[in-house]
Design a binder for this molecule. Structure first.
Ligand SMILES: Cc1cc2nc3c(=O)[nH]c(=O)nc-3n(C[C@H](O)[C@H](O)[C@H](O)COP(=O)(O)O)c2cc1C
Length: 353
C-alpha cells in the first residue's frame, strides 16, 4: 500500500491506526534553526481532540504529543522530525459488530475489497484519528509561515441548512464558539441542530471556509501544479470531504464575465471573485476556498448493509462518534493548507517574501 506521504519539498508521512499503540508523523525537509513551539503545537492538537467540546464525541483523548527526533534543545535540526501521540482511550469492543459487516458511508467496503485485510477497531487507518498527525504537521508549517506573516484560518460557515452569509460573517467571532462559526447567533442555531440530531442517533454535514492571508504574488505553476489543484488535492485527502470550491466556486457558473472578472487599478485588485489565484499562480490577494463535509457516516440508527460474505443484514453502530465532523475538521483544513503553502514557499526564501 502506498501513499501515506504528502508533499515534495517538505514531506509528511503519517502512520498508525486508531486503536493501535500510537498515531504519528514524520516530517522531512524542514529548514533547520527554528524554535519548536511545543505549546502552540499542543494547542492546535487540542482544537482537533475528541471530547474537546460539548458537540463532539464523548470519547476523551489527551492527545499529548511526544517528540522522538528532529529537535535538539528546542530547535528544529532539519533531520526527520517524528511526533507520536499514544492511543490511550481505545474501546475496541465497541467495534466488534463492524469487523465482519460494512458500515454504510465508511471505508469498510472498499478497503476490504482492495486490501483483503483491515483493522476494524475505530476505523483503523481510515479513522478521523489519523488527522491528528496532519494537525501536528500543520502546526509546524504554521510556525514557519507565521515568520513570513502568512496566516491560515478556517471557519464553519454552514451546518445543514443553517448558513452564515457574507453579510452575516464576522470573522473574529469564529474564535468565540466551539464550532469556529463566524457568527455567534448562527453558532447557537447550529449547536441546537447538532444536539438534536445526536439525540436521534443521526449526523449532519457542513461547509468550512478557509482564508490564507499575506501571500506573495507567484506561488504555484500554470499547468498541473496550479495552486488551487495542490490545495484541492490536500483538502480532498481529508476523510469525509465531498466538495472543494475556490473564490466564487460553483457560483461562478451563474455569473457573467463582467460580474466575475476582478478589475485591477494601480493600487491592486478591486474585487476577489477569483479567490486569490489566476492561472494557477497566487495573485497576492487572500486565497479563499470552501470545503463540503458529508454527515458523519457512523450513526446509531439501523441501516441496511451486507457482511463480508455478501449476506444482507442491518447494522446499528455503537461506539463514540461525532454527530458533525466540521468543528473538529476546521484545524485539519488549516493544517493541510499550511503544508501546501509551506511547500510552495520553499521556492522562495521565507525571509525574502
Ligand atoms: C476530524 C475527523 C473526525 C472524524 N470522525 C468520525 C467519526 O467519529 N465517525 C465516523 O464514522 N467518521 C468520522 N470521520 C470520517 C471518516 O474518517 C470518513 O468518512 C471515512 O474515512 C470514509 O472516507 P470518505 O468519507 O472520505 O469516503 C471523521 C473525519 C475527520 C476528518
Amino acid at each position: 500500500m502506498g501513499h501515506n506521504s504528502f508533499g515534495d519539498k517538505v514531506t509528511i508521512t503519517t502512520f498508525g491506526e486508531s486503536h493501535g499503540a500510537a498515531v504519528g508523523l514524520i516530517m522531512d525537509g524542514l529548514q533547520p534553526g527554528l524554535p519548536l513551539d511545543l505549546d502552540f503545537i499542543q494547542k492546535e492538537m487540542d482544537r482537533r481532540r475528541p471530547g474537546g467540546n460539548s458537540l463532539g464525541t464523548p470519547r476523551k483523548e489527551d492527545d499529548k504529543i511526544e517528540i522522538l527526533s528532529g529537535v535538539y534543545e528546542g530547535i528544529i535540526t532539519g533531520t526527520p522530525l517524528t511526533i507520536i501521540v499514544e492511543n490511550t482511550n481505545q474501546k475496541s469492543k465497541d467495534y466488534s459488530n463492524i469487523s465482519e459487516v460494512f458500515r454504510p458511508g465508511h471505508a469498510d467496503f472498499t478497503y476490504t475489497h482492495k486490501y483483503g485485510i483491515r483493522d476494524p477497531r475505530g476505523g483503523g487507518r481510515s479513522s478521523g484519528r489519523e488527522t491528528l498527525a496532519r494537525v501536528a504537521a500543520g502546526a509546524i508549517s504554521k510556525l514557519y509561515l507565521n515568520r513570513a506573516n502568512i496566516i491560515c484560518e478556517a471557519a464553519t460557515i454552514q451546518i445543514g441548512n443553517i448558513k452564515v452569509s457574507q453579510s452575516e460573517c464576522n470573522w473574529d467571532e469564529r474564535t468565540s464558539n466551539e464550532l469556529y462559526c463566524p457568527n455567534n447567533a448562527k453558532a447557537e442555531e447550529m449547536r441546537n441542530l447538532i444536539n438534536d440530531l445526536r439525540e436521534k442517533g443521526d449526523s449532519i454535514g457542513g461547509i468550512i471556509e478557509c482564508r490564507i492571508k499575506g501571500l506573495p504574488v507567484g506561488l504555484g505553476d500554470p499547468v498541473f501544479d496550479k495552486v488551487e489543484a495542490l490545495l484541492a488535492h490536500a483538502i480532498m485527502s481529508i476523510g469525509a470531504t465531498k466538495g472543494f470550491e475556490i473564490g466564487e466556486g460553483f457560483n461562478a457558473a451563474t455569473l457573467t464575465g463582467s460580474q466575475n472578472n476582478d478589475e485591477i487599478n494601480s493600487e491592486g485588485f478591486i474585487t476577489n471573485h477569483a479567490g486569490g489565484t489566476l492561472g494557477g499562480i497566487t495573485s497576492g490577494q487572500d486565497i479563499i476556498f470552501r470545503v463540503a463535509f458529508k454527515p458523519t457516516p457512523s450513526i446509531s440508527l439501523s441501516q441496511k448493509t451486507i457482511d463480508k460474505n455478501n449476506n444482507n443484514t442491518e447494522i446499528t453502530i455503537k461506539g463514540r462518534h461525532d454527530p458533525c465532523i466540521c468543528p473538529r475538521a476546521v484545524v485539519v483544513v488549516e493544517a493541510m493548507s499550511s503544508i501546501v503553502i509551506l511547500n510552495l514557499m520553499k521556492e522562495i526564501s521565507l525571509e525574502d517574501k
